[in-house]
Ligand binder design. Structure first.
Ligand code: 13P
Ligand code: SF4
Length: 312
């Protein structure tokens, strides 16, 4: 709760109480939304909070696959997403029909499919286990050794996990349109400006950027890393919303947004579709609501539960 909540924030908090709602917020959301969240975190933390939620309504301030995941693992709740068009380029890169056709065309492979959580319920339903950037290494290490792994949809996260584990995997050729905008040149230039700063990069960044980083980790781990590091300055190669959380929770240290070739910082247009106004309307009208066929939900739930068990 911000020290000085605006009228709109207060209106939202009143509606939240009226609806018996829980507000879950991803680290890339606008600062004014983060400030009224019951929990602000990465995809993994949000999945745990969604599973244990007891409120009647989950107002999910993030992108569609995150709200969908909440509905899959806690189906008796009403799950609302302030903007139903808040998608994700990774989800788009791997439609369920394409993955299904690929698996049917390659039955001899007997793939163990690990899907990054940034995918649709249909893709989750076709997968053996889900992972997030926070637990991908653990999930891949726990995969059966006698089956080849198909990792979907993020080739950069997949490549990073291969580097960490030494395990070969076939990688779906998807990528996050935000993180691939950081380049070796754009990051090298800002490092020259702040030579003592540490570089923290998300694993969705390309190899060229990951190679320059002091640490590669999920958004939640960025907070712990910055708290525990002896450095005072950090360049953050991820979506700019992360800086709000870092500035709030790690006072006294300086966070510099990683620039791209074209912009001073990287913004995810999908994450930024949610606004306080849309959150207020969603809580008032209980729409847009996440709804999916029960058959898909049940099949998508198994690999998510497997992930949660493995990373407990
Ligand atoms: P995190 O789970 O690390 O927060 O990542 C989510 C995401 O969408 C990164 O672009
Ligand atoms: Fe998807 Fe990239 Fe936006 Fe994350 S930052 S939600 S991976 S498009």
């Amino acid at each position: 709760m911000p020290r000085q909540a605006t009228d709109l924030q207060q209106e939202i908090l009143a509606l939240k109480a009226e609806r018996n709602a829980l507000i879950l917020v991803h680290n890339y959301q606008r600062g004014e939304i983060q400030d009224i969240g019951d929990y602000v975190g990465d995809s993994l933390g949000l999945a745990y909070r969604a599973r244990e939620a007891e409120a009647d309504v989950i107002a999910f301030c993030g992108v569609h696959f995150m709200a969908e995941t909440a509905k899959i693992i806690n189906p008796s709740k009403t799950v609302i997403l302030p903007d139903k068009d808040a998608g994700c380029s990774l989800e788009e890169s791997c439609p369920g029909e394409k993955l299904s056709a690929f698996l049917e065309d390659n039955p001899e492979k007997n793939y163990y499919v690990i899907a990054y959580i940034n995918c649709s319920a249909e893709v989750k339903a076709l997968s053996d286990c889900i992972c997030t950037s926070g637990n991908a290494v653990k999930i891949v290490e726990a995969a059966p050794v006698n089956r080849p792994i198909l990792f979907v949809p993020d080739q950069n996260l997949g490549a990073w996990v291969m580097e960490q584990t030494g395990r070969q995997m076939d990688l779906w050729q998807g990528s996050c349109y935000v993180h691939v905008e950081f380049t070796r040149d754009s990051i090298s230039r800002i490092r020259e400006e702040y030579p003592s700063a540490e570089l923290i990069a998300h694993p969705e960044c390309t190899y060229a950027v990951r190679m320059l980083a002091d640490v590669v980790c999920s958004t939640e781990k960025m907070v712990d890393y910055a708290k525990n590091s002896l450095a005072s300055h950090f360049i953050i190669a991820t979506e700019e919303g992360m800086l709000h959380r870092l500035n709030n929770e790690v006072p006294g240290k300086t966070f510099i947004a990683g620039p791209t070739e074209h912009c001073a910082c990287a913004e995810c247009r999908f994450m930024k579709m949610n606004t306080l106004e849309k959150l207020r309307d969603a809580l008032r009208d209980l729409t847009p609501e996440i709804i999916m066929p029960e058959e898909t939900r049940v099949r998508a739930e198994q690999p998510i539960l497997r992930m949660l068990e493995l990373s407990d």
